[in-house]
Design a binder for this molecule. Structure first.
Ligand code: ADP
Length: 246
């Protein structure tokens, strides 16, 4: 298994407080990984560093086979290298249809919407339908995104990221606010997406992490506290101490 992303000894200090403290971890080029940890563990800061939003004080973030260092690159540049980030709240174009949202994601987002939609090719249409199928919204292609349920909007946004064919998909609490059935669908969707790329899920909800059935990294005080299967990490006395506050 090849490594796609290697975070090497990164540290970040905010006002004298070490939010990330000599953190190292590696993500394989395919498959799912869950990153968990109590509030303030550094999960958001980790995502901000990897995506180029926050620059670490020290350490490297190495990408791909060539081990290119992402530190210092812009968020846009890192996104173009193939790193897609899904924030917690869905951000879809509410007034546009599901098909139009996916279509825009396939193309250069800087062009006016009117031009983008006019230039839809047969190949684009096939690809849009394939993605809609993959995210379970095939029957909703002509619906306005604003009319979708919370869960469906989240899937649409994941679909918009998949349209750009990222090498790594980074998702923040994808199942928050979802029904049980929606969670199940989200689990299947992420597992499918992870067959051909790396998918990293930052999550609070242990039940959801259990469903993902993947390798888990536990962060605490800006570093890796434990790593392995969920059963392995939740049996770790250090993890129990942190979660039960003993
Ligand atoms: P998590 O996402 O795991 O809850 P965060 O990455 O948001 O953790 O935060 C890690 C620590 O860094 C927290 O103690 C938080 O208060 C602190 N922190 C995060 N961002 C900033 C910032 N911009 N300025 C000051 N402190 C910050």
């Amino acid at each position: 298994m090849t490594t796609l992303l290697e975070v090497d000894s990164i540290s970040v200090t905010f006002d004298g407080f070490k939010a990330i403290n000599d953190l190292s971890l590696a993500i394989a080029s395919t498959g799912l990984r869950a990153i968990i940890g109590p509030n303030g563990a550094g999960k958001t800061t980790f995502m901000d560093i990897v995506t180029g939003k926050t620059r670490p004080d020290r350490g490297r973030v190495l990408w791909g086979e060539g081990g290119m260092n992402l530190v210092g690159l812009s968020e846009a540049r890192i996104a173009r290298l193939g790193l897609g980030r899904k924030f917690q709240r869905p951000t879809v174009f509410e007034a546009q249809s599901v098909a139009e949202n996916l279509d825009m994601a396939l193309k250069n987002p800087r062009q006016p919407l009117r031009l983008l939609l006019a230039r839809r090719t047969a190949a684009d249409r096939v690809r849009v339908e394939a993605i809609a199928e993959e995210i379970g919204l095939r029957a909703h292609l002509t619906r306005r995104a604003g009319e979708l349920s919370h869960g469906q909007k989240q899937w649409l946004e994941i679909g918009m990221l998949l349209a750009q064919d990222p090498k790594l998909l980074l998702v923040d609490e994808p199942a928050a606010g979802m029904t049980v059935a929606e969670r199940e669908h989200t689990t299947d969707l992420l597992k499918r997406a992870a067959r051909t790329r790396a998918v990293v899920v930052v999550e609070h909800d242990m039940e959801f992490v259990r469903r993902l059935d993947c390798r888990v990294t536990v962060l605490h005080e800006g570093r890796v506290l434990a790593e392995g299967s969920l059963d392995h990490v939740t049996a770790d006395p250090n993890v129990i101490d942190v979660y039960l506050g003993r």
